[in-house]
Design a protein around this ligand. Structure first.
Ligand code: CTP
Length: 430
């Protein structure tokens, strides 16, 4: 996904783990997203990867014990002041234990101790080192102090053992860092449900009726919401390999299953809508995040739900010989999920893809009355080739306003949709 981190400055801390080479991929992901990247390395990290590699990748001088300078900003105080977020990846058990105890006996630890903005730590160590009681206690302590821990993975480790301790995937660390940078008070800790993809309605056990919806708009929307800090549940008929793994995903197939999961997720969201303390370590300049907040959940119904489903799906595979030259399949209407949901403390956004240039807009606007939604994302399709593309064009409609969001990548459009959707909470309460 084309996520942009332009105008953001990231400090990447690298410690002496075999997975230090993966920090090169991470630095590259940040640079490709348009961020300015600075790197600080422990002396042990320099035994695994050279500072020159990071310098070439980031086009910035790397802070090491040897390069520290007080006649420039390349020192453990100024480098932190220049950066919006500090991510340690990989962080060894030794570094984690030292940070938790306030040690500052190398250049990276000195930089951490002096740093005051959001800090993320991605541990990487042998299973016994990471699961050692002292390390666990240190991780727990750091989390309690609003430092985000990007959990390690269980797999075959470089040391030959199989178990927990492998560095999280660079893409996951990238997303977690982007989330710390893009976090937005409105969406932070808000429960949001997104649906996506076209439902599949069984004719028999091998055939189904469906539509061309790719689920990409929903995946982009879920990613944008995650990056803004929301607690996202994505209910989809399509895959979700490229999206942040922290997004809670529910795989379904039919309209009936989608309805069940949407209703259940709304119930859960309304239950946890109660007071949620803010968890993220945010910039001191942000509004007071220590207070507990109550936030209305949102439902973004981007799925293309089948309006009709075969009335009597058959068991097994229906044989051609038993059908003859024509197959008339009796269909019955599905429940309209969006229309059936009437919870007042839920903000609903519908999606309307139309091919009718003349009536498309009014059909889309009619969802406000007909399905009691707060906003509609309207998309006029030229033809069926418009499905599955990486970009889209959306008009955001509310009862009072029509905003052209234009044509853009689905992720970019998602951020614009979220910006417009913020106004809906106010409209919903008056
Ligand atoms: N929707 C729904 N349940 C259905 C059908 C649609 O919740 N059984 C939702 C879609 O997810 C979308 C909105 O309703 O957010 C509009 O769906 P769409 O199929 O475009 O419109 P319909 O009102 O069903 O009308 P038509 O299919 O005739 O265009």
């Amino acid at each position: 996904m084309q996520l942009t981190l332009k105008n953001k400055t990231i400090l990447l801390g690298v410690t002496g783990s075999i997975s230090a080479y993966k920090a090169c991929d991470l630095a590259r992901l940040f640079v490709k997203a348009g961020a300015c990247v600075h790197v600080v390395m422990t002396p042990s990290a320099e035994r695994f990867v050279s500072a020159l590699t990071f310098e070439a990748l980031t086009r910035n001088a790397v802070l090491t014990e040897a390069s520290e300078s007080w006649s420039s900003t390349l020192n453990h105080i100024d480098i932190g002041k220049m950066c919006d977020v500090f991510v340690l990846a990989p962080a060894t058990a030794n570094t984690i234990n030292k940070i938790a105890n306030g040690f500052a006996d190398n250049i990276l630890l000195q930089t951490v101790l002096a740093y005051t903005k959001p800090l993320l730590i991605a541990p990487s160590a042998n299973t016994h080192m990471i699961e050692d009681a002292t390390t666990l206690k240190a991780l727990n302590y750091l989390e309690k102090h609003h430092i985000e821990i990007i959990g390690s993975q269980s797999k075959l480790l470089a040391c030959g053992d199989v178990g927990n301790g492998a560095l999280a995937e660079p893409l996951e660390i990238f997303y977690a860092t982007a989330r710390a940078l893009l976090n937005d008070d409105f969406w932070n800790n808000r429960e949001v449900i997104v649906t996506g993809g076209g439902t599949r309605e069984k004719i028999d056990e091998v055939r189904y009726v469906s539509n061309f919806s790719s689920g990409k708009m929903a995946n982009s929307l879920a990613t944008a919401l995650y990056l803004k800090g929301a607690d996202v549940t994505l209910i989809t008929t399509k895959g979700h390999a490229e999206i942040p793994s922290k997004i809670c995903t529910i795989d379904i197939a039919s309209a009936k299953e989608m309805k069940e999961k949407v209703v259940k997720s709304i119930t859960n969201a309304l239950e946890s809508e109660t007071l949620v303390p803010n968890k993220t370590r945010l910039k001191p300049s942000f509004p007071n995040h220590k207070q507990e907040t109550s936030k209305k959940p949102f439902l973004f119904m981007a799925a293309a739900v089948a309006d009709f489903t075969p009335k009597s799906p058959k068991q097994g595979k229906t044989k051609k010989i038993n059908i003859g030259s024509k197959w008339n399949i009796e269909m019955k209407q599905t429940d309209d999920i969006l229309k059936s949901i009437s919870e007042l403390s839920l903000i609903k956004v519908g999606f309307k893809a139309e091919m009718d240039k003349v009536n498309g807009f009014s059909n889309a606007k009619s969802l406000i009355e007909n399905k009691n939604v707060d906003g509609v994302c309207y998309n006029l399709l030229a033809d069926s080739s418009a499905f599955g593309t990486l970009d889209n064009s959306i008009v955001f409609i509310t009862k009072d306003e029509t905003v052209e969001l234009g044509r853009a990548s689905k992720l970019e459009l998602s951020f614009k949709i979220l910006k417009e959707s913020q106004k809906l909470e106010h409209n919903n309460t008056i």
